[in-house]
Ligand binder design. Structure first.
Ligand code: HAM
Length: 423
C-alpha cells in the first residue's frame, strides 16, 4: 500500500475556512504600515547560515538548537531557512545601499522557520510581520514602534495584552554587568543546571531567561543590569518612558527582560497576553545599534536601528479569543443553468455581474436544477441566479434570495444588478 504523505510536523496548512482572518489581518497591516510611512521589503527565505550565526549569535537557542541549516547538495554552500527577518532585512539594506538615501522605515512579512517542539502557538514554520527602522538613534523611534503596536491591537479588536519594556544598556555597561553577574553565578555554581554552567562564560545573561524552576531563587537574587546602566542609556530609557506615557501607552518595566537574540542593546520590549497559555509573547523587539555594522563589516556602514516582529498565528489566535468579529466574505450570486443556450447565457451573465462589481460563481459540471440549487446554498451565496429556456427566450434572468424568505423574481440584466446591489 502506498504511504500517504503528510505535512511536516509543526508546519501547517492554512485552509480556505481560515484564510479570511489572515486576509483581514494582512489588509489591516498594509493600511497601518502605509499610514505610518513604512515601506514593504521582501527578502528570500533562504540565506547563508553565517548571516544568522553572526547576527543572532552562535550561543543562542535559535542558532544552536532551532535553525534549519543544511548543505546545498549541488554546490556545498551552507544555507539556512530564515529563523527571523531582522538579519535578512539588514543584509538586504546593506547590499542595496538603501541607507545612502537616508534612514529607512521598512516592514516585511512571511514564513520563518525554527525547529522547536511544536505545541499550541509554537510552530516550526510560523509567520511574522516584522518592522525595522534603520538609521534612527533616538528614543522617539522606539516610542513610535511601540505606539504603532498599541494602535494595531485596537484595530484588530485585541485586548488583554500588556507591554513589558526593559533596557540592555550599552556594550560597556553590559560588559560591566557581565563581570558582576558571572561573579555572582560562580558563587552559586552548585545550584546551576548543566545548561547554565555551559553558558556561564559564553552567555551568562541568557541564564536569567531559564525556565528551570529550581534556579528561580538564584535568578531572582542576581544583580540587575538596570543598576549597571551607563548615563546615556539611562537617559534614552527615561525619555522612552515619558513618550509612552504622553501617548497613553501603559507599560511595565521588566529589569529581567532578556531576548533570545544577541543583537540587542538599550531598548527591548515584549507584548504578552495571558489568553494564549504558555506561548503568550505575541510581539517582541528592540534596538540593535551594532548589527548594521556587524553585518556590513565597515564602520562607515554603521547605523543605529530598532524594530520588532509579531507572530501572526498568535495574533490571530488572540483575535479569535477576544471575539473580534470578522465578516466572512460570501459570494453575491451562484448562477445555475440548464441546456446549451442557457449555458451560453450563464457565461455572459457571470461576466456582466462581475464587471458590475458583484461576486459571481458559475455552476460548473453536471446536475439538474435541484442539485445545482443545493450547491448554490452550500456556497454561502446570497442569491441564486437561475437561467433556463424561459429566461433565455425572454432575455432575462431569475433571481432567488437564498438567505431570506422573499420569492423569486424575473428581471432584465440592468435591473438585476440594481436589485442585487441594493439588497
Ligand atoms: P522573536 O522574539 O524571536 O524576535 O520573535 C518575534 C515573535 O515571533 C514572538 O514574539 C512570537 O510571537 C513569534 N514566534 C517566535 N517563534 C515562534 C514559533 N516557533 N511559533 C510561533 N510564533 C513564534 C524576532 O524574531 C526579532 N527578529 C524581532 C525584531 C525585529 N527585533 C528587532 N527587529
Amino acid at each position: 500500500m502506498t504511504r500517504t504523505i503528510q505535512a511536516i510536523r509543526g508546519m501547517n496548512d492554512i485552509l480556505p475556512d481560515q484564510i479570511y482572518l489572515w486576509e483581514f489581518f494582512e489588509q489591516t497591516v498594509r493600511d497601518w504600515m502605509t499610514a505610518y510611512g513604512y515601506r514593504n521589503i521582501r527578502m528570500p527565505i533562504v540565506e547563508q547560515t553565517d548571516l544568522f550565526v553572526r547576527s543572532i549569535g552562535a550561543v543562542t537557542d535559535i542558532v544552536e538548537k532551532e535553525m534549519y541549516s543544511f548543505l546545498d547538495s549541488l554546490n556545498g554552500d551552507s544555507l539556512a531557512l530564515r529563523p527571523e527577518g531582522t538579519a535578512s532585512c539588514v543584509r538586504a539594506v546593506l547590499e542595496h545601499n538603501l541607507l545612502y538615501a537616508g534612514p529607512q522605515r521598512l516592514y516585511y512579512s512571511g514564513p520563518m522557520f525554527r525547529h522547536e517542539r511544536p505545541q499550541k502557538g509554537r510552530y516550526r514554520q510560523f509567520h511574522q510581520v516584522g518592522v525595522e527602522a534603520l538609521g534612527y538613534s533616538g528614543p522617539d523611534i522606539d516610542a513610535e514602534l511601540i505606539v504603532m503596536c498599541a494602535e494595531l491591537w485596537k484595530k484588530l479588536g485585541i485586548s488583554d495584552v500588556r507591554l513589558e519594556i526593559g533596557t540592555l544598556g550599552s556594550a560597556e555597561s553590559r560588559a560591566l554587568h557581565r563581570t558582576r553577574l558571572i561573579g555572582y553565578l560562580e558563587r552559586h555554581l552548585g545550584r546551576l543546571d548543566d545548561d547554565a554552567r555551559r553558558r556561564l562564560h559564553s552567555n551568562p545573561l541568557r541564564i536569567l531567561d531559564s525556565k528551570n524552576s529550581e534556579m528561580r531563587e538564584i535568578i531572582d537574587g542576581a544583580p540587575r543590569l538596570l543598576d549597571d546602566l551607563d548615563e546615556d542609556s539611562l537617559a534614552h530609557f527615561e525619555t522612552l518612558q515619558r513618550l509612552l506615557r504622553d501617548q497613553g501607552v501603559d507599560f511595565e518595566i521588566n529589569p529581567r527582560l532578556v531576548r533570545g537574540l544577541d543583537y540587542y542593546n538599550r531598548t527591548v520590549f515584549e507584548w504578552i497576553t495571558g489568553k494564549l497559555g504558555a506561548q503568550g509573547a505575541i510581539c517582541a523587539g528592540g534596538r540593535y545599534d551594532g548589527l548594521v555594522e556587524q553585518i556590513g563589516g565597515k564602520p562607515a556602514s554603521a547605523a543605529p536601528a530598532c524594530g520588532f516582529a509579531m507572530g501572526v498565528e498568535r495574533v490571530l489566535a488572540l483575535m479569535v479569543e477576544c471575539g473580534s468579529e470578522i465578516l466572512r466574505p460570501v459570494p453575491d450570486v451562484y448562477v445555475i443553468h440548464q441546456g446549451e443556450a442557457a449555458n451560453g447565457a450563464a457565461w455572459k451573465t457571470v461576466r456582466y455581474l462581475r464587471d458590475s462589481g458583484l461576486r459571481a460563481i458559475l455552476h460548473c459540471g453536471a446536475g439538474g436544477f435541484k442539485a445545482q440549487m443545493k450547491k448554490a446554498d452550500v456556497s454561502g451565496a446570497r442569491f441564486a441566479v437561475i437561467i433556463g429556456d424561459d429566461e433565455v427566450q425572454a432575455g432575462e434572468i431569475s433571481i432567488k434570495p437564498l438567505r431570506e424568505a422573499a420569492g423569486q423574481v424575473r428581471v432584465g440584466m440592468a435591473e438585476a444588478v440594481d436589485l442585487l446591489k441594493r439588497t
